[in-house]
Design a protein. Structure first.
Length: 290
């Protein structure tokens, strides 16, 4: 690789740029973002070599193009990419849902290589100033198949993410979306909602909630402080899986509420014991160092 383009220089895009600069200082990094503020911050941070407000002919020099924007902007980006000769480039993305993105890419992109991807990494912070060079270290990167790529293309993208520090795996797009719905999207949805519920309390109670917030509620507020545009797009793009699994979650929650109403302590203890066992498995797998 000699030339990479990063479209969208938020947390993920800026973290990719930071890591590439440590891998090989000779790689040219072209940063595109429709925010003048983000571009100015990127220049001050020296994240790239060229900085543009929109996609132009320079993108034809790219070996790799990373799309790191909110999912709602993908359609416009795909149409713009279609105008250029990208025969030597692989286009990839970092979106948190895949089925809808792949359908969109396959319907718009012509004579282009597109490898759908998703790094399982991030923080609640956003913007180029919050990127981290080691954000992807020992984190999973998931690639998925689509009609616009072959196995070699996928291997190439996986190799790049290994250089960025990630562990890699390839899976079906629907499997990816189902897994993300239960492990990430629904937890975020619950966090947004519970913090919203707290904000609707009477003022005197709300101030006490904030004052005496225990670690559990603080974790919810941390998650709920994530980028609202990005999460709006994620919820809408993966709505089928989210709705399906949330309905199951609601049924399980109803069983717990019924047990509380009936003073059924045995049911509650068994339920909580089962969830504790899952937590222990997560720690054993090294997925949580805390």
């Amino acid at each position: 690789m000699k030339f990479i383009t990063i479209i969208g220089v938020g947390l993920i895009g800026s973290s990719i740029a930071r890591k590439f600069k440590t891998i090989d200082g000779k790689i040219k990094i072209n940063i595109i973002d429709n925010s003048k503020e983000n571009l100015e911050k990127s220049k001050l941070l020296k994240l790239g070599n060229t900085f543009c407000l929109d996609i132009d002919k320079k993108i034809e020099e790219s070996d790799i193009i990373f799309i790191c924007t909110p999912i709602s902007s993908y359609e416009q980006i795909f149409y713009k990419l279609n105008k250029f000769d990208l025969s030597n480039a692989i286009i990839s993305d970092v979106g948190s849902s895949k089925v809808k993105i792949i359908e969109l890419a396959e319907s718009i992109l012509k004579n282009k290589i597109f490898v759908p991807g998703h790094p399982i990494a991030g923080t609640e912070k956003s913007g180029p100033e919050n990127g981290l060079g080691d954000l992807f270290k020992d984190k999973w990167f998931i690639s998925t198949n689509c009609k616009l790529c072959n196995e070699k293309n996928i291997e190439d993208i996986n190799l790049i993410w290994k250089k960025l520090g990630s562990k890699t795996i390839t899976m079906k797009s629907k499997d990816h979306d189902s897994i993300m719905a239960i492990t990430s999207h629904i937890p975020h949805l619950i966090a947004f909602n519970i913090v919203g519920t707290a904000s609707d309390l009477e003022e005197d109670i709300k101030s006490e909630v904030i004052k005496f917030s225990a670690s559990g509620f603080r974790d919810f507020t941390r998650i709920a402080s994530s980028d609202p545009v990005m999460w709006r797009d994620i919820m809408l793009s993966n709505k089928d899986e989210i709705i399906s699994l949330f309905e199951k979650f609601n049924n399980d929650l109803k069983q717990i509420l019924d047990a509380i109403k009936k003073d059924d302590g045995d049911f509650l203890e068994k339920k909580f014991k089962k969830t504790r066992e899952i937590r222990e498995k997560i720690i054993e797998a090294g997925l949580d160092k805390n």
